[in-house]
Design a protein around this ligand. Structure first.
Ligand SMILES: Cc1cc2nc3c(=O)[nH]c(=O)nc-3n(C[C@H](O)[C@H](O)[C@H](O)COP(=O)(O)OP(=O)(O)OC[C@H]3O[C@@H](n4cnc5c(N)ncnc54)[C@H](O)[C@@H]3O)c2cc1C
Length: 431
């Protein structure tokens, strides 16, 4: 495990404090058989397990820590469509045929998330209130206009908004240039989404174990055998859904992405009249600034903001202060309000900024590298893997399947990201 990962979800995390209860499963202590073993209790693994179980496939899910310990319990909760790259970028990298399947599969990812919420009555404060990619300066609109056009060409129901609309949606005097509104997107409580997906999966028959990290994964007589400290699971196929939180030496998934951090700060619940003046219709926002910042209001009226960087050691105080200065410029009515919560998490970044589905060996799938856009992507990925495994037919799988990829110089490049964001914060605070 990367040494600076926090050891649990309660790193003064808003989500850790306010989430619904998760399943009370025991650690694995026996020998089990399953059609499919899912390793990792984040959105990818949970969605895969749930969709497989609904199809009558027998599934065991093993989570090393607790459900939502990884990115799925720490993120900003913005349920967005697609990925960071534009549809045309995807086309350049994957070619026209692969790109079309890829882009279409992720175009409607918020619909899958909100459908699951409704179908399984997931308790996760889901609000399909729309999200806005907002311009932080007039010069950013050319990029957003082009991006919006590409999304519309794909059939996405997004629309360009002008400066007055951006101002009205955000309540910020600085967001007054325009943006892209996606009315079908929205927000969730991320850890509650993960935990309630787990509860739903158990309800459909998934045998789920926490505190059960796999320590080895070997092939015997055409089946996979995964061993934990006290038990083992034999399965025909395995989905290794451990992504940026890959732990243990049994897989090399961690080498396939760069570990990059994002941190959050959240206020206490705001007085009603102030909360009503900031993002009044509860959209999720993220801006075009080089130090991208997202903002949203949670169900109890707290402002939650995020930006790249980690809150480790000496970095913590300067980042919190930087975020407070940025917040006070964006929402001046909050001057003097302290932060009540601070936490961080790690995303898996790929050089291409496009996710990877790696086939490590026959029957051993390892998706990774969602580049910080994983609520919709992870949920779709889990469903698509479930459909493919259950049908035994890969023809309709919308993502290219490749061999294990290794990012070169990953530690060095991750440090460059980390100190680069600190430097940009420092330069910004002097400007
Ligand atoms: C701070 C932050 C903000 C983000 N904001 C957003 C956002 O607003 N919108 C969005 O769409 N995405 C966002 N993301 C990205 C999104 O959270 C992730 O892409 C997504 O949660 C990944 O889900 P996953 O299931 O693939 O992996 P994870 O949620 O990381 O789950 C992997 C799990 O595998 C477990 N595991 C690891 N090794 C083992 C082992 N050996 N045995 C068993 N289990 C193991 C881990 O404990 C972990 O629980 C953000 C991410 C972070 C960190």
């Amino acid at each position: 495990m990367t040494e600076y990962l926090p050891q649990d979800n309660n790193e003064n995390s808003l989500w850790g404090e306010t989430a619904v209860a998760g399943p009370e499963s025991e650690a694995l202590s026996e020998s089990l058989q399953a059609d499919v073993l899912v390793v990792g209790g984040g959105y990818t693994g949970l969605s895969a397990a749930l969709h497989l179980a609904v199809k009558g496939v027998s599934v065991v899910l093993l989570e090393a820590r607790s459900i939502g310990f990884g990115g799925s319990g720490r993120n900003a909760g913005l349920v967005n469509a697609g990925i960071w790259k534009t549809p045309n970028d995807v086309q350049k990298l994957l070619g026209p045929d692969n790109a079309e399947r890829f882009n279409l599969a992720l175009r409607d990812s918020p619909a899958l998330v909100f459908d699951l919420v409704e179908r399984f009555k997931l308790q996760c404060q889901a609000e399909r209130c729309g999200t806005v990619h907002v311009a932080h300066k007039a010069g950013a609109m050319a990029y957003l206009e082009d991006r919006c056009q590409q999304l519309q060409n794909l059939g996405a129901a997004v629309q360009l908004i002008d400066g007055d609309q951006a101002h009205a949606i955000s309540g910020s005097p600085l967001y007054r240039h325009g943006g892209i509104l996606d009315p079908g997107a929205g927000t969730i409580h991320p850890l509650s989404y993960a935990r309630s997906l787990a509860n739903a999966a158990i309800g459909e028959g998934v045998r789920l174990f926490q505190q059960s990290g796999i320590e080895s994964l070997t092939r015997h007589n055409d089946r996979w055998l995964a061993k934990t400290g006290n038990g083992e699971v034999s399965a025909e196929q395995v989905i290794v859904a451990i992504n940026a939180y890959a732990d243990g030496e049994s897989t090399r998934v961690r080498e396939s992405t760069l570990p990059v951090f994002i941190f959050h700060c959240a206020t206490p619940p705001l007085p009603a009249e102030i909360a009503a003046s900031i993002i009044p219709q509860r959209h999720g926002l993220w801006d075009t600034d080089s130090l991208l910042t997202s903002s949203r209001i949670d169900a109890e009226g707290r402002l939650v903001m995020s930006s790249p960087g980690r809150l480790h050691g000496f970095q913590r105080r300067p980042r919190e202060n930087w975020m407070m200065r940025k917040r006070d410029r964006l929402y001046p009515q909050l001057k003097g309000t302290p932060w009540a919560y601070q936490w961080s998490g790690q995303i898996g970044v790929t050089s291409t900024k496009i996710l990877r589905v790696q086939l490590l060996a026959p029957g051993l799938f390892a998706p990774a590298g969602y580049n910080g856009r994983g609520i919709g992507v992870g949920t779709v990925m889990g469903k698509q893997l479930a459909d493919t495994i259950a049908s035994g037919n890969r023809d309709d799988f919308p993502f290219p399947i490749e061999a294990l990829h290794r990012e070169k110089w990953s530690k060095l490049r991750a440090a460059y990201y980390d100190y680069g964001t600190l430097a940009l914060e420092f330069i910004g605070s002097r400007g």
